[in-house]
Design a protein around this ligand. Structure first.
Ligand code: MN3
Length: 510
């Protein structure tokens, strides 16, 4: 008897366990899909506006249909985890099926929340703004109804908050939405009315105008006001940030130089995958600056890739590969964010790669957005960056001149040809050169260095530049005292250092 009891218990546990796992999996797949917005009232709750049968059909058949078809289309194309608002904002990237169904899902999810069986009058900031911009609240209602009546065929009518913080009544066809990037002069939808026949035909038949007028009886102004406040708060924060960027910039003191420890961190960071994100985004941002012109490399006229102003390669071109500038930029933007009371960036000394990627991406978004405020001659961030980059450039020219001079001292008047200058995009602290010695053509990578010493049978060369594997024949290091020339066959990459077998040091030039 005991045995049977035990067995039953075991089976019961097993069933329970399976059920839990199954529910967990179900939940996980559900979470990866676009969710269904719950209807916040019963089908019969909005009788003054719409009948229960239409409500039931509209919600369960039409709306859920859009969500299901959208999820099916997204799964088929393997778009992975997605956010509905993001899809809407980037709708031009998707096909027509997704455009229609994402629009349907988004519009209706908003629509259900914009209605209530217990409406209150609109008061507060939005009421003031509507009255101010449309003359009176009645004028706004008239305008909204007129635009709605004007919509031929299926579509929506909207009250929209534009990018310039203005209110606007507009209409979109089909399931398009003012937030879609394909809609010209759109914005964030605050209020919307479904003008498809499926939304009213059972109750109103051909009297669409009556349906439009009855809409005012069920509007959830509390929800609309919240949407408005949320969106204007974001806008307010943005304009505050912009203002602070303009005024704070006069105060040069807030741009702090980076200490050695911070520089070491950013040096490692710029050599990593995150450094690649930084470099790419710097190029993208500088490309938007109107007074700079990007020019690609052209060997026939000996032109380097970079950003040019009045025909000259501008030192800002070194920005992408310069870790000191990277550090300065991160610190300056962080100081601004802290002063604004916003969440600071988490870059310096952070070892978590995901967090770092997020923070650097956020920093680059800010930089790109405010490119015209940051990259202009009035800006103190720009001035500080330029001082830094000019110093790098001077240092580079010094290294170039000294290296060439020492090669000529040793080998006579050889042809020393610099093929890529100090501070190119991928590597700001070094340059490429070619020499012909005893009829042999040799390519070299030249870098500045601090000091060198022998450790465990290897020659260690400490440098402040980026540590990178090069393919040239020679690795050459120059400082004020000496130029070291190594064979580049057994080069080992260290942290802030290159290491070589002692016998690979072929020349010490002075
Ligand atoms: Mn509908």
């Amino acid at each position: 008897m005991d045995k049977i009891q035990k067995k039953i218990q075991e089976i019961e546990y097993q069933i329970l366990e399976n059920k839990v796992t199954e529910e967990k999996n179900l939940l996980l797949t559900e979470m990866k899909k676009i969710g269904i917005e719950k209807l916040p009232y019963s089908y019969s709750a909005l009788k003054t506006f719409i009948d229960p049968e239409t409500m039931d059909f509209h919600y369960n058949k039409h709306y859920k249909g859009y969500v299901d078809k959208l999820n099916a289309a997204l799964a088929k194309k393997k778009y992975g985890d997605v956010d509905l608002e993001k899809i809407i904002k980037n709708i031009s990237k998707y096909d027509k099926t997704i455009r229609n169904n994402a629009g349907g899902a988004f519009n209706h999810a908003l629509f259900w929340n914009m209605l209530t069986p217990k409406p209150k009058r609109l008061t507060g900031e939005l009421y003031k703004k509507i009255s101010k911009e449309f003359g009176t609240f009645t004028n706004f209602k008239k305008k909204f109804e007129a635009v709605a009546k004007d919509r031929f065929g299926s579509g929506w009518v909207w009250l929209v908050l534009t990018k310039n913080n203005k209110l606007k009544v507009m209409s979109t066809p089909n399931q398009d939405n003012p937030l879609m990037n394909v809609i010209e002069g759109g914005g964030f939808p605050l209020l919307g009315l479904d003008l498809w026949e499926h939304a009213y035909y059972l109750k109103y038949r051909n009297k669409r105008d009556e349906y439009i007028t009855n809409f005012w009886k069920v509007i959830n102004w509390d929800f609309i006001s919240k949407l408005f406040e949320m969106k204007s708060e974001t806008k307010l924060l943005e304009s505050k940030f912009e203002k602070s960027l303009m005024t704070e910039q006069k105060d040069v003191a807030y741009i702090e130089a980076c200490d050695r420890k911070e520089q070491d961190f950013f040096q490692k960071l710029i050599s990593s995958d995150i450094g690649k994100i930084y470099g790419k985004r710097i190029y993208k941002t500088l490309d938007k600056v109107p007074w700079l012109e990007f020019r690609p490399k052209d060997e026939t006229i000996n032109r380097m890739q970079g950003f040019y102003k009045d025909g000259e390669r501008h030192p800002i071109s070194y920005l992408a590969g310069n870790y000191r500038a990277f550090c300065m930029l991160a610190k300056s933007i962080n100081n601004l964010l802290i002063k604004m009371g916003r969440e600071p960036l988490n870059i310096a000394f952070n070892e978590n790669k995901d967090e770092l990627t997020k923070s650097v991406t956020r920093m680059m978004n800010i930089l790109e957005k405010y490119h015209d405020k940051i990259f202009n001659e009035e800006s103190s961030i720009y001035k500080a960056l330029m001082t830094n980059l000019q110093q790098s450039k001077l240092k580079g020219e010094q290294v170039e001149n000294l290296t060439e001079l020492r090669f000529k001292n040793k080998f006579g008047d050889i042809d020393f040809k610099v093929s890529s200058q100090f501070g190119k995009q991928s590597d700001n602290e070094g340059f490429d050169a070619d020499v012909t010695i005893d009829g042999k053509n040799l390519s070299m990578q030249v870098k500045p260095f601090d000091t060198n010493f022998v450790e465990e049978g290897k020659m260690v060369v400490l440098t402040t530049g980026k540590i990178h594997k090069y393919t040239q024949d020679l690795m050459v290091f120059t400082n004020k005292q000496v130029t070291l020339v190594f064979k580049n066959q057994n080069t080992i990459l260290g942290i802030n250092a290159y290491k070589f077998p002692v016998e690979d040091l072929i020349y010490e030039l002075t």
